[in-house]
Design a protein around this ligand. Structure first.
Ligand SMILES: Cc1cc2nc3c(=O)[nH]c(=O)nc-3n(C[C@H](O)[C@H](O)[C@H](O)COP(=O)(O)O)c2cc1C
Length: 326
C-alpha cells in the first residue's frame, strides 16, 4: 500500500506530468491551483494564451487542457490515489475547466506504462515508415478513446485521401489568412524564450511529395526554411470524434486524445496531429460521415506510424505554476 501524503516533490511531479501534455502551438493554456484542504487540483484556462483567430471559440484550448487533465489523472493514480475528476464543476466560474481530487488511496498503482509514456510522448513531425499498424493495436487505440467517451475511427486509404485533401485546403487557407498566420507566427518566434511556443528545432519537415500537409507554423516565414523529404505513401490516419460538441465534449475529446497518444507511445507508435481542417467549420463538417442514427463531431485528425521520436518541446517550469496557486 502506498502512502497518501502529498509532499512538495510529489505535487511538482503531478503538475509536471500535466504540463507534459500536448497543446495547440504549445501554448500550454492552463493554470493549476491546489486546494490543500480537500487535496483538489483546480485546472483553469489561461485565456491570454489562446489563439483568437485560429481558435475563436476555444475548442482547441479545451482539448489541450483535456490532455493535461488526463496526464494529471494518470500521475495521480501512479502515486497511489484515486483521481476523482469533475469537468466544468462551477457554472459561475467558466474558466475553471476541471478539478481532480486526490481520492481514496488506491490499493494497487496502475497505469504504470501510461505514466512512463507521459514523459516519452512527443509529436513526431518526421516521415514514418511504410509499415502498417496491426489491427489489434488499432482496436486498442479505439478502445482507449471509447473509455474517455469519444470515438476513434481509423480511416481506410480512400477516406484518408479525402481527409488529406481537406487538410491541404485548410493549410492553404491558414497560411494565406493574414490574422491566422499572425496568430501562428507569434508562437514560433517571440514566445519561445518563455518556455512556450515552438522553437525551430521542433517544427519538423515538409513532405516533398506534397501528400501529407504538415503544418507550416511560421506560415511561409520560417527563418531557415523547412527541409522537404518524402513522407510515407500511405499515411495511417484516424479521426477522433464526439457525439456532441459542447465544452464538456471538448474536454472529453482532449482526454481521449491524450489516452490514445499515451497508449500509442507505450506501444512504440509515433504520432503527429493534423488539426488544420478542424479550424474551418465547412471543412471540419466533412471530416466525419454522420449516420442517421448517430451525430458525430470531428475533434482531431491523428497521423500514426513508425518512425523517429520527435524532439522534446519546451515547457513552462511546473514549480512556479503549483507554488503560485494560479
Ligand atoms: C488541439 C491541438 C492541436 C494541434 N494541432 C497541431 C497541428 O495542426 N500540427 C502539428 O504538427 N501539431 C499540432 N499539435 C501538437 C502541438 O504542436 C504539440 O503538442 C506542442 O507543440 C507540444 O509538443 P509535444 O506534443 O511534442 O509535446 C496540436 C496539439 C493540440 C492539443
Amino acid at each position: 500500500m502506498r502512502t497518501a501524503a502529498l509532499d512538495g516533490t510529489t505535487l511538482e511531479r503531478l503538475v509536471s506530468a500535466a504540463v507534459a501534455a500536448p497543446s495547440i502551438h504549445n501554448t500550454q493554456p492552463w493554470r493549476f491551483r491546489l486546494d490543500p484542504e480537500t487535496l483538489t487540483v483546480e485546472i483553469r484556462a489561461a485565456k491570454h494564451r489562446g489563439l483568437p483567430h485560429i481558435d475563436p471559440k476555444g475548442r482547441a484550448l479545451h482539448l489541450s487542457v483535456g490532455c493535461a487533465v488526463l496526464n494529471l489523472r494518470v500521475a495521480v493514480e501512479h502515486f497511489g490515489w484515486e483521481p476523482v475528476t469533475r469537468l466544468l464543476p462551477r457554472p459561475d466560474e467558466p474558466d475553471l475547466l476541471a478539478t481532480v481530487r486526490l481520492g481514496a488511496t488506491a490499493r494497487m498503482p496502475s497505469h504504470t506504462s501510461l505514466y512512463e509514456a507521459v514523459w516519452r510522448r512527443h509529436s513526431s513531425r518526421f516521415p514514418f515508415s511504410e509499415r502498417q499498424l496491426p489491427t489489434a493495436l488499432l482496436t486498442e487505440l479505439a478502445e482507449a478513446a471509447h473509455v474517455e467517451g469519444a470515438r476513434l475511427h481509423c480511416l481506410s486509404p480512400r477516406r484518408a485521401d479525402g481527409v488529406l485533401l481537406l487538410t491541404r485546403e485548410a493549410e492553404h487557407r491558414n497560411i494565406t489568412d493574414v490574422d491566422r498566420a499572425k496568430d501562428s507566427r507569434r508562437w514560433v518566434g517571440e514566445m519561445c524564450d518563455t518556455g512556450l511556443g515552438m522553437p525551430s528545432e521542433v517544427l519538423g519537415l515538409q513532405d516533398s511529395t506534397e501528400r501529407v500537409p504538415m503544418r507550416d507554423f511560421g506560415a511561409h516565414r520560417h527563418q531557415n526554411g523547412l527541409t522537404a523529404r518524402p513522407f510515407e505513401r500511405r499515411p495511417s490516419l484516424a479521426v477522433l470524434s464526439t457525439a456532441h460538441d459542447r465544452r464538456a465534449d471538448w474536454m472529453r475529446a482532449g482526454q481521449a486524445l491524450e489516452r490514445v497518444l499515451l497508449v500509442a507511445t507505450a506501444r512504440g507508435v509515433r504520432a503527429s496531429l493534423l488539426h488544420q481542417a478542424l479550424e474551418w467549420s465547412d471543412l471540419r463538417e466533412q471530416l466525419v460521415a454522420p449516420t442517421p442514427a448517430r451525430s458525430a463531431h470531428a475533434q482531431m485528425v491523428i497521423r500514426l506510424g513508425y518512425g523517429p521520436e520527435g524532439p522534446a518541446s519546451p515547457r513552462c517550469d511546473a514549480a512556479p505554476l503549483s507554488a503560485s496557486g494560479g
